[in-house]
Ligand binder design. Structure first.
Ligand code: URA
Length: 435
């Protein structure tokens, strides 16, 4: 069969700063999925896109071509409207765990097709797999049945959704082309649009622990994704939220499940609750079931969200009452002097949790359920000399030294620091909203 285009011409056009045509984009994505365009050619094209960008029309076309590379789910037969959330990834970001059952408790179905962690940010499936018996792999029929019955599903995204993205993302990971706004936006949105949700709320993280280190970059990513979603008929809103400090007091799989259960029991750290409630309000409004913040908070306090959590875990063979794994070894990091904790860097804590065994370096590596970092203070807190600032958890104590190295320079206690003025000050978590 003669091919419509030549990969070299497509690469050259983007290298020279030209816009790719719709047919060129359709062809290159399809030919890459078929294995006709090689990894080295796609690497060159990804780098040309990284350097020269893509117009709004090109990004929309690129996203459409990735959606067309696989199947689309159809939730139109459900009796409830659907709403989903996507976070661009951060340290201690366990929000999906309390959020999915919370939103479902108001009659909106939450299909949360998730991934595993790579690098310093944790993966939702890794967290839930620390619950004994819990199963991530569901068939499409099981997903639909659970959405109708329980209202919330957190499961592995099947390989049928946007297979071109799966291949391209793995390539970008090893060719220094991940941090490109058009490539990130089309990667995330192709999966979300193919998934078939009616409403989508994006949590775009900003700061040291996130892909986007600055607010203008994060705004541009959010704008691109919101436009892609809206153009595809998905009601899409983005919140820009701080990721310079870890979310909550835990980073690590079982540690984060335990903290999420505290939130579902009406407690938990204020920042985790604030973000969970804000995202739930947006998801419910997007699904056409607007609910006020007080009513959403009430569903955490009175056990409605917890009831859905328990049913959601049990439906996937998990035991919501099982004891979570506890690390074999712990060490503490203590404050050297009296003062105020003025800085606690999300990236450093994320790397430490990863090195303790909470994350993986290669896709096939196992993770330790109990490994991670537990925080005892957040920026703005007054501390005294010798007071534990963090507890490091692992089953393999030879990992402590490398984890401590990651934390060097990641936190600071200043004698004259202002208490309560740190990064965790309430109100500084949600930085902007883009609709
Ligand atoms: N997550 C994705 O799914 N794709 C990206 O490109 C970045 C983060």
């Amino acid at each position: 069969m003669t091919e419509q285009f030549d990969a070299v011409d497509v690469i050259r056009a983007k290298r020279d700063g030209l816009a790719l045509s719709g047919p060129q984009i359709d062809w290159v994505i399809d030919a890459y999925t078929r294995g006709l365009v090689t990894d080295y050619q796609m690497s060159a094209l990804a780098m040309a896109i990284f350097l020269n960008g893509m117009s709004r029309v090109e990004v929309a076309h690129w996203t459409g071509a990735m959606i067309a590379s696989g199947e689309r789910l159809d939730f139109s037969g459900l009796s409830r409207p659907t709403a989903d959330k996507h976070s661009t990834g951060g340290v201690g970001d366990k929000i999906t765990l309390p959020l999915a059952p919370l939103v479902a408790s108001f009659g909106v179905a939450v299909p949360q097709l998730s991934g595993r962690g790579l690098g310093h940010t944790g993966g939702t499936l890794d967290k839930l797999e620390s619950i004994p018996g819990w199963r991530a792999a569901l068939s499409n029929d099981e997903t639909l049945a659970q959405l109708e019955d329980v209202g919330a599903v957190i499961c592995a995204a099947g390989s049928g959704l946007a297979p071109a993205d799966r291949k391209l993302y793995a390539l970008r990971d090893v060719t220094a082309t991940v941090e490109s706004i058009p490539l990130i936006a089309s990667s995330i949105m192709s999966k979300k649009i193919a998934e078939g949700t009616g409403a989508l709320v994006l949590d775009v993280k900003v700061g040291s622990g996130a892909f986007m280190k600055s607010l203008p970059q994060a705004r541009e990513l959010a704008r691109t994704m919101v436009d892609l979603g809206s153009d595809a008929g998905v009601h899409t809103v983005a919140l820009l939220t701080d990721m310079s400090v870890p979310l909550g007091l835990t980073a690590g799989n079982a540690l984060e499940v335990a903290e999420s259960v505290e939130v579902l029991a009406g407690g938990g750290p204020a920042d985790v609750v604030e973000l969970t409630v804000a995202l739930a309000v947006e998801m419910l409004a997007g699904a056409g079931r607007p609910v006020g913040e007080d009513e959403v908070r009430a569903a955490l306090a009175d056990g409605r969200a917890m009831d859905v959590w328990r049913r959601m875990i049990a439906a996937q063979d998990g035991d919501p009452d099982a004891k979570l794994a506890v690390a074999k070894e712990t060490e503490t990091v203590v404050a050297g002097a009296d003062g105020v904790l003025t800085r606690l860097d999300a990236y450093g804590v994320g790397i430490a949790a990863w090195r303790l065994g909470a994350g993986r370096a290669r896709k096939e590596d196992p993770v330790q359920a109990a490994a991670g970092v537990q925080l005892h203070a957040k920026p703005g807190d007054r501390v005294t000399a010798g007071q534990p600032l963090m507890t490091l958890h692992t089953d393999t104590p030879e990992r402590f030294a490398r984890a401590r190295q990651a934390l060097e320079g990641a936190w600071e206690v200043l004698p004259g620091g202002a208490a309560g003025a740190g990064d965790a000050t309430p109100g500084k978590l949600i930085l902007d909203r883009i609709a």
